[in-house]
Every structure is written in structure tokens, then in C-alpha cells.
Ligand binder design. Structure first.
Ligand code: TMP
Ligand code: ASP
Length: 234
């Protein structure tokens, strides 16, 4: 598949057109940002590791009946994906309290939540991805009611599949972020990536953090955390 013009460059990935109008190539970068781009850095070989991990997890989800944009792992940093129109929502799924949830509600980090929490943010860097509820989503025309229902159902099913799989590998899935897209026929499918950039992953035995929080919080051994996730999942 030939890589044509660059369509979009985000903080962690580039998206290219291909000779097939319905397929894009995603290139995973080593660039890392946090706090809406305020903190910038590089995580060596992150692009290679996130491409590997996302490939594994998209395949796992496809095998379990979740439709995703994943088509094929092309090279170290490149993945072939279906063209979708990205729904401008970041869907957060939380099993344990961490990150912004602990700050907002004063819950201690690591507290197991009595039920899984789903949250929506408006995917808009200029506004700093502000929180949204279902009313805002409908009022702003970001997604139809049936689409929001489909997204919620898929997000919870993805959570079940990932929790079970990661647990077998000694990883506790604390929380994560998903993005969805609409295909040509208007079907909602999973898009973006699933990696230590977009998930909080803790060692089940020691609670050691194996994800981007090591970068966000200057904890050191960032690459080692990602490498450990590759070792266990791939
Ligand atoms: P938060 O606790 O900072 O709201 O993050 C929740 C989860 O979402 C965490 O696993 C990190 C992920 N996330 C992203 O992938 N991108 C983002 O821009 C943010 C804010 C969080
Ligand atoms: N990726 C987001 C940013 O660049 C936030 C994060 O992951 O912490 O700001």
C-alpha cells in the first residue's frame, strides 16, 4: 500500500492518505505530550511499541466481536486503518480512581470504583478537551442518541475484554481513553489507538505504573514501563 500525502499530524501520530480512498496509514511517533501539550518530550521507540501494542489489542478486540479501524500492521511504526470520520468525543473508562478523577472528587488514587465509570470529553485541543454529558453531545450535534448508545455499549464491552486479557498478563487496567469513528455506511467502529499513552496500566502484584504517568509525573524509567507492557502483551 503506497503512502501518499500527509492528511493530519497529531501529538502522537501522523495520518496519511493511500492509493485506496477508504484506507489510511497511521504512523506512530516517539513524541510525547501531557497536560494538553504543555509538557513535551520524547519516549524512545514509543512509536514502535505503541504500534505493536495497539495491533495486538485491536486484533484481540476484533476476535471478540468489536469492530475497529484496524486493517493491518504494515511496518515498525505504520498501521493500515479504515478511513472513518472521527466522532469528536474522548470516551474515558475508569475502573479504579486515578488522574483527574482523584483531583476532581478527592478520591484516593487506586481506590476501586463500585462500578465502571464512563465519561465524555469534547475532543478539542484549543478548549483543553472539556467534559461533556449526553445532553451536551446531543445539543451540539456531536453524535446522535443511537450513536452514543452504541459507543457506551462498545466501551463497556471493550473494558470487559481488556480487563480479562490484561489480568492474565499481570496488568491491572485502571482507566483508559477511546475514540470512535463513523464508516462510510454510518457504522460506529473503534478508532485511534490503545497503548500505554492512552491507558493507565499497573502491575497487579506491585501496583507499579507501566504507562505514560511515568512521563507525566517525571517518575523515570518511562521506556522501561512501555517495554514491559510490550513484553507482557505482545
Ligand atoms: P485523566 O485521569 O487524565 O482524565 O485520564 C484518564 C485516562 O485517559 C488515562 O488513562 C489517560 C487517558 N487520556 C488520554 O489518552 N488522553 C488525554 O488527553 C487524557 C486527558 C487522558
Ligand atoms: N495527550 C494529552 C496531551 O498531550 C494528555 C495526556 O495524555 O496527559 O496533552
Amino acid at each position: 500500500m503506497e503512502k501518499l500525502e500527509l492528511l493530519y499530524e497529531g501529538k502522537a501520530k501522523k495520518v496519511y492518505k493511500t492509493s485506496d480512498k477508504d484506507l489510511y496509514i497511521v504512523e506512530y511517533k516517539d513524541d510525547a505530550t501531557a497536560f494538553n501539550g504543555l509538557k513535551k518530550g520524547t519516549i524512545m521507540d514509543k512509536g514502535i511499541m505503541n504500534n505493536k501494542i495497539s495491533t495486538e489489542l485491536f486484533k484481540l478486540l476484533e476476535d471478540n466481536g468489536i469492530r475497529t479501524h484496524f486493517v493491518k500492521h504494515l511496518s515498525e511504526r505504520e498501521m493500515l486503518v479504515k478511513r472513518v470520520e472521527i466522532v469528536l468525543l474522548e470516551v474515558l473508562v475508569r475502573n479504579y480512581a486515578a488522574g483527574s478523577l482523584t483531583k476532581r472528587y478527592g478520591i484516593e488514587e487506586g481506590t476501586r470504583l463500585d462500578c465502571t465509570v464512563l465519561e465524555f470529553c469534547y475532543k478539542n485541543d484549543e478548549l483543553g478537551d472539556p467534559f461533556l454529558n449526553e445532553y451536551h453531545i446531543k445539543a451540539m450535534g456531536l453524535a446522535k442518541e443511537e450513536e452514543v448508545e452504541a459507543i457506551e455499549k462498545m466501551a463497556l464491552k471493550i473494558n470487559d475484554i481488556l480487563i480479562r486479557h490484561m489480568n492474565e498478563k499481570g496488568i491491572n487496567l485502571v482507566d483508559f481513553k477511546l475514540e470512535f469513528g463513523r464508516t462510510n455506511d454510518g457504522e460506529i467502529i473503534l478508532a485511534d489507538e490503545i497503548s500505554p499513552d492512552t491507558c493507565r496500566l499497573w502491575d497487579t502484584a506491585t501496583n507499579e505504573k507501566l504507562d505514560k504517568d511515568r512521563f507525566r509525573r517525571d517518575m523515570g524509567k518511562v521506556e522501561e514501563g512501555y517495554m514491559e507492557v510490550v513484553r507482557r502483551l505482545c
